[in-house]
Design a protein around this ligand. Structure first.
Ligand code: DX5
Ligand code: ZN
Length: 217
C-alpha cells in the first residue's frame, strides 16, 4: 500500500510560503488548512491564496476545509486548483451532492470526521469519496497530541473500505510524529498529515524521510 506524507503549511512561515513549499518538494502533497473562525476557533486563508499556492507549489494541494459553509464554498477550492478538497461531515447537509460537485469540478473529494463523529453513518457512502480524513485531534490548531482513542475508528474504516472492495484513501491529521505514525499506519491509515513534525524541524526534508521510515510497517 502506498503511504503518503502531506506536510501541513499551518506550521510553516506564512510570510514565506513559496520557499516553505519548495522545502517540502519530496512530500506527496501539501496539506492546506482553511479555517473560517466559526467551524473552528482559528482563521487562515481562502480561495485567492489557495489559487496562488496551487500555481507555485511543486506538489499537489490537499485542501482541508474547516468551514461552516462547506456546501456553499467547497467547490471554489476545486476551481482554485486543489487536487483534493476535504470538507467536514459535521458542516455539510448534503455530503453526497457536495462530493459529486467537487468531483465534477475536477478535484478529488474527501470527507473529514471530528473525533466525536462516527464513521458508521458514512460507510454506505464510501464510494462517493476518494478519501476519508479521520481527525486525530480536535481541529483548529497545530501542535496538539495524537488521540490514540481514534485508532479503532481508523481500523473500522479500513475494514469497511476493504470489505467494499474500494480504493478510498484513509488520511489522519493531528499529532502525527515519528512516534505516532506507526500506530496510525498499523490501524489502516495510508495518508499522513504532519505540521509541526515537519515545519517545526530544522530540516523539513529529513523530517519527511523519518516519517516515511517510521510509517513503513
Ligand atoms: C489541525 C489541522 C492540522 C494541523 C496539524 O486542525 O487540521 O492539519 O496542521 O498539525 P500537527 O501535525 O502539528 O498536529
Ligand atoms: Zn488539517
Amino acid at each position: 500500500m502506498a503511504l503518503d506524507i502531506n506536510p501541513s503549511i499551518l506550521s510553516a512561515d506564512f510570510a514565506n510560503l513559496e520557499s516553505e513549499l519548495a522545502a517540502i518538494s519530496s512530500a506527496d502533497s501539501v496539506h492546506v488548512d482553511v479555517m473560517d473562525g466559526h467551524f473552528v476557533p482559528n482563521l487562515t486563508i481562502g480561495p485567492p491564496v489557495v489559487k496562488r499556492l496551487a500555481e507555485v507549489a511543486p506538489i499537489p494541494l490537499d485542501v482541508h476545509l474547516m468551514i461552516e459553509r462547506a456546501d456553499a464554498d467547497a467547490v471554489s477550492y476545486a476551481e482554485a486548483g486543489a487536487r483534493s478538497v476535504t470538507f467536514h461531515a459535521e458542516a455539510s447537509s448534503a455530503p453526497v451532492r457536495l462530493a459529486r460537485e467537487i468531483r465534477a469540478a475536477g478535484a478529488r473529494a474527501a470527507i473529514a470526521l471530528r473525533p466525536a463523529t462516527p464513521i458508521e453513518p458514512y460507510i454506505d457512502l464510501l464510494a462517493e469519496f476518494d478519501m476519508v480524513l479521520i481527525m486525530t485531534v480536535e481541529p483548529g490548531f497545530g501542535g496538539q497530541s495524537f488521540l490514540d482513542t481514534m485508532l479503532p475508528k481508523i481500523g473500522r474504516t479500513r475494514k469497511a473500505v476493504t470489505d467494499a472492495g474500494l480504493d478510498v484513501r484513509i488520511q489522519v491529521d493531528g499529532g502525527i510524529t515519528a512516534s505516532t505514525i506507526g500506530r496510525a499506519a498499523e490501524a489502516g491509515a495510508d495518508v499522513f498529515v504532519a505540521g509541526s513534525a515537519v515545519y517545526g524541524r530544522d530540516d523539513p526534508a529529513a523530517a519527511i524521510e523519518s516519517l516515511r521510515r517510521a510509517a513503513a510497517i
